[in-house]
Design a protein around this ligand. Structure first.
Ligand SMILES: [Zn+2]
Length: 392
């Protein structure tokens, strides 16, 4: 059995909504190059997943009418009539505009997430990552929030149907994981746990702690909304305490986690104020949980992350190093000022519009505490206590 597998398909880089759109796949290349220059990319390379997805798997999550419309709008010059009602399917918004080749690239991203799930469930790998995945806002009948096909839901429904395994989905993106929650809202075999900035101020506006699932799945949906300007310690305290309670209750056979890294203070689309510390600590907690509860079975997906230069490459490289047990992590833990590889900084520094950070972690000394810190921490703690109480 392999310990950790890194999946990558070059066509996932064609999942591009257009120039100047915040969803920028160069972050996948930047992450890979950071790992390579740090000597942490797998020596036998990335695994290339199949580039087709069984239509049945797609239809298990998305209604056929939506899939047909995605396909039609992926043509170089779609029919005027189809373009006219694209909005009905969420595909002509500023956030999620249709583009040529959309179906193929979204299909390939989902195929990679399914391949990751299969490797882990078959026992061919303990852990697997698909950084192009984590498109958690896509709904059964429409696209939403930069997401066309919900690869996370597709991979989880594959696990449910193929193996009958119990799944814990953990969504650490700063935006509520609404699409995945919706897919399994009444399924007692899937727990979804999303920590996010409160929907009072941020897209998609949902994810209240009181949203707990329905029918047989009541109690299996767990939401932990954080206040704007939440910092590391409060985020980690709340995330960790509720994670423990979810694990005990859910008794999962596998963890599927989503690693949007837009809760960082530098992210331009949200207001949470965490540093790289949470992207070091949180993957460690999930890794330990996978071994403690699931025989190691852990699939990690990417997600949001819109500071593609200063945040995403470091966060996702830390995730992979945790997953693969790379020894560089011990050095980073011992020396929080450990520098990024010079080769990476020299190559990308000139291309980055912002000055690149030089260290793996952010310097806490350069981090001034937010105003109202105590009030924010108290509100977050109340949300976590409520989420935990619901799990009892
Ligand atoms: Zn996000």
């Amino acid at each position: 059995m392999r310990d950790a597998v890194y999946l990558f398909h070059p066509n996932s880089l064609n999942y591009v909504f257009g120039q100047n759109h915040p969803f920028d796949q160069r972050r996948i290349t930047l992450t890979r190059d950071l790992l390579r220059t740090a000597g942490a990319f797998p020596t036998d390379g990335a695994i290339l997943p199949a580039d087709r997805l069984d239509e049945e798997l797609l239809h298990a999550v998305h209604v056929p009418e939506y899939v047909e419309r995605v396909k039609a709008l992926s043509e170089p010059a779609p029919d005027d009539g189809l373009v006219g009602d694209a909005q009905k399917y969420g595909l002509d918004t500023d956030d999620t505009p249709f583009f040529p080749g959309m179906h193929r690239s979204a299909e390939i991203i989902a195929a990679a997430s399914v391949a990751a799930a299969k490797l882990v469930m078959d026992g061919d790998a303990r852990h697997a990552v698909n950084l192009a995945g984590g498109l958690h806002h896509a709904m059964p009948q429409r696209g939403s929030g930069f997401c066309v096909y919900n690869d996370a839901s597709i991979a989880i429904s594959f696990i449910r149907k193929q193996y009958g395994a119990r799944v814990l989905y953990v969504d650490t993106d700063v935006h509520h994981g609404d699409g995945v929650e919706m897919s399994f809202y009444s399924d007692p075999g899937v727990y979804t746990y999303s920590i996010h900035e409160t929907g009072k101020y941020l897209f998609p506006g949902t994810g209240l702690v009181e949203q707990r699932g329905e029918g047989e799945g009541f109690g299996c949906t767990v939401n932990l909304p954080m206040e704007p300007y939440t910092e590391d310690d409060s985020w980690l305290e709340c995330f960790g305490s509720v994670l423990d309670d979810v694990l005990r209750k859910a008794k999962p056979d596998i963890i599927v986690s989503q690693h949007g890294c837009d809760a960082h203070a530098l992210d331009p689309l949200a207001h949470v104020h965490c540093s790289m510390k949470i992207y070091r600590e949180m993957p460690r907690m999930l890794h330990e949980a996978a071994h403690a509860y699931c025989g190691g079975r852990w699939v990690a997906l990417g997600g949001g992350g819109y500071d593609i230069w200063r945040v995403v490459p470091r966060a996702w490289a830390l995730l992979w190093m945790e997953m693969s047990g790379h020894p560089l992590l011990r050095q980073i833990d011992a020396d929080p000022k450990l520098r990024l590889p010079r080769e990476w900084l020299e190559r990308w520094g000139p291309e980055s519009p912002e000055e690149l950070p030089e260290t793996w972690l952010d310097d806490p000394a350069s981090w001034s505490p937010m105003p109202r810190r105590a009030e924010i921490e108290a509100k977050n703690r109340r949300a976590a206590e409520l989420a935990s109480m619901y799990l009892r």
